[in-house]
Design a protein around this ligand. Structure first.
Ligand code: SAM
Length: 260
């Protein structure tokens, strides 16, 4: 199972659901029991709990992440493909960035359908369609190169995006709504602490090391890539020191909602 740190999840989700319009088809205002599968640190669970009068329960296989989520919502440890709930236990079962990490996402969707009496929803990114622009030219080029190699070397469907609808239909669900939500992340002065940490990780090569296995599997020359990446990271840190650095990233998420 791919592992995530609480810091990574908090950093990548910061500000993500400041506008919740794309979540309208989840009918949160009328939900009585919501299960957020693969909730991690509960970044989405908190939004669901704020928008719904019902109870929100977070489920994840990683108990360290659940200890953070538990500060916000009740949690249960469990596997997405064998959910520890009886049939029809919830009226909405939802996940965010879970299916892209599973070797058998269809098995999880079947479980969602089993434990929901009404709606099933997934919010999944299309990592092949991420857009990056940066004042450091090499950053755009290297991120494009690393992303292409990662997509080649990774074993799960990390660019699933709108194909979630096909998974839902194969599980016998009726797709009732699809929305694209473009999550925009800006780095500009004054820089936040996480933005400076992220730049330092680029300069040390630590961020790239998280993907070493996939990059090598894709046949990339990892050592050469790492040297170029670190040089780019040093340019980012230098531009930050001069308050010149700006970066914009857009990650498209597909919100797919179905009825059982
Ligand atoms: C990219 S994170 C997304 C976390 C959270 N949904 C969010 O968007 O911030 C993927 C999550 O799925 C969990 N996960 C991966 N495989 C799982 C499985 N088989 N059963 C339950 N959780 C799983 C991971 O532990 C991790 O918390």
């Amino acid at each position: 199972m791919r592992e995530f740190t609480p810091e990574y999840l908090e950093h990548t989700r910061r500000g993500m659901w400041e506008s919740t319009a794309a979540l309208d088809p989840l009918e949160l205002e009328s939900r009585e029991r919501v299960v957020d599968v693969g909730c991690g640190t509960g970044e989405l669970s908190r939004v669901l709990a704020a928008e719904s009068p019902g109870e929100v329960v977070g489920v994840d296989a990683d108990t360290a992440l659940l200890s953070v989520a538990r500060e916000h919502v009740p949690t249960v440890a469990g596997d997405a493909t064998r959910l520890p709930f009886v049939d029809d236990a919830a009226d909405l079962v939802v996940c965010q960035a879970l299916l892209i990490n599973l070797p058998d996402p269809a098995a999880a969707v079947r479980e969602f359908a089993r434990i929901s009496s009404d709606l099933v929803a997934a919010i999944e990114p299309d990592n092949a369609a991420v857009e990056v622009s940066s004042t450091v030219d090499a950053e755009e080029r290297l991120e494009r190169e690393v992303r292409a190699a990662y997509l080649d070397g990774v074993e799960t469907d990390v660019a699933m995006g709108e194909r979630v609808g096909d998974l839902f239909e194969t599980a016998g669900l009726e797709v009732v709504a699809r929305r694209t939500y473009r999550h925009e992340k800006l780095v500009e002065p004054p820089y936040s602490e996480p933005a400076m940490e992220s730049a330092a990780k680029k300069a040390s090569g630590a961020g790239l090391a998280d993907h070493e296995r996939e990059l090598r599997a894709a046949g990339a020359d990892y050592d050469e890539l790492r040297a170029a990446w670190r040089e780019m990271g040093r340019d980012v840190v230098r531009e930050m020191g001069e308050e010149q650095y700006r970066r914009r990233e857009v990650v498209p998420f597909e919100v797919t909602v179905a009825r059982v």
